[in-house]
Design a protein around this ligand. Sequence first.
Ligand code: PLA
Length: 423
Amino acid sequence: MAFRTGISRRMMMRSGFGLRSMSSWWGSVEPAAKDPILGVTEAFLADPSPDKVNVGVGAYRDDNGKPVVLECVREAERRIAGKLNMEYLPMGGSVNMVEETLKLAYGENSEFIKDKRIAAVQALSGTGACRLFADFQKRFRPDSQIYIPVPTWANHHNIWRDAQVPQRTFHYYHPETKGLDFASLMDDVKNAPNGSFFLLHACAHNPTGVDPSEEQWKEISYQFKVKGHFAFFDMAYQGFASGDPERDAKSIKIFLEDGHLIGIAQSYAKNMGLYGQRVGCLSLLCEDEKQAVAVKSQLQQIARPMYSNPPVQGALIVSTILGDPELKKLWLKEVKVMADRIIGMRTALRENLEKLGSPLSWEHITNQIGMFCYSGLTPEQVDRMTNEFHIYMTRNGRISMAGITTGNVSYLANAIHEVSKSA
Ligand code: PLA
């Protein structure tokens, strides 16, 4: 055997066959383009400069620039330590976690929860929830499209692309007013074919930090009703807009009151700081319990060949916190602390820019809400921020407010002033 193998290998090498076949398997694979958000973190980590600042990815930092583990999470970890077995969760994930998560979105005493009209599964954080929905949409509404706001979180495009759902866009942000382009948004809603699928950010729109007002949400919901559109809410920042998760679910409440059958992607990455635990939820409100049972079973069937069932640790942390009134209170307090620190940094950044005598208006920094400031810096100006000042941010001009601290805010303001003053 050894002899024969040796000969054949020698022969193969001489003929060049082995080398060619080994390299040709993946010979056509080109390096992928860098991710516009996570690629920024990679570049930041590779920069040896002591001055460097990362305001790219939306990950909360304390005022010393350090990642934060919430006290409610630490306490939940202490309570579950040693008690957790490592068994598989069901395909649909933790039933307790899902139930608590639905209360946050649909309301503590929601009739839809009581009537079991919501098909819901634990998902791999917000991204996984969006992807599961996109795959479900493709499977059961194969001819549908998805309307996505301009701009949006870059990964939305990848998610629906990989699910092979054709994408359309709708107007959202007005670059001149740095606010919502409500008139064009409504035109797009009216002009879309009846029964279209729309992706909406429930609160703290990423990347613009611009949300519709309550009145505008009511008008959007009304027009969706007229047109028979489907609203899919991505709610990745519940609590980060106002500091109060319940208030941040207002858009959803408005749609529910108008009788829409909506879908929601929820994530605990930001509001519980569980980024790497990958815990979230996908839910679809159905006409009745029977439909909800069928839809849930199909969602599970999509999950099964992809990842079988979701991870257990994060789900248990969430259900421990939300299932205990004291821990939940602590969580709500900590969400508010995070949101307030960001609001404080908005004021500080704007004041610093104004003190430097910037001729431009920076009012939008304090008008916008949530984790991001859509600064208005051009891609070329962002390149200067990075190359000259070692400040890392996405090229669309988005600044993660959560990465700003009292220690770096004046440095950041100075850099923004330097790259924008001659514009
Ligand atoms: N939806 C929106 C609108 C988001 O901004 C993000 C995360 C997610 C979903 C997904 O989050 P999750 O899967 O971690 O729950 N956006 C980040 C990170 C914070 C990222 O790009 O993945 C961002 O910096 O935009």
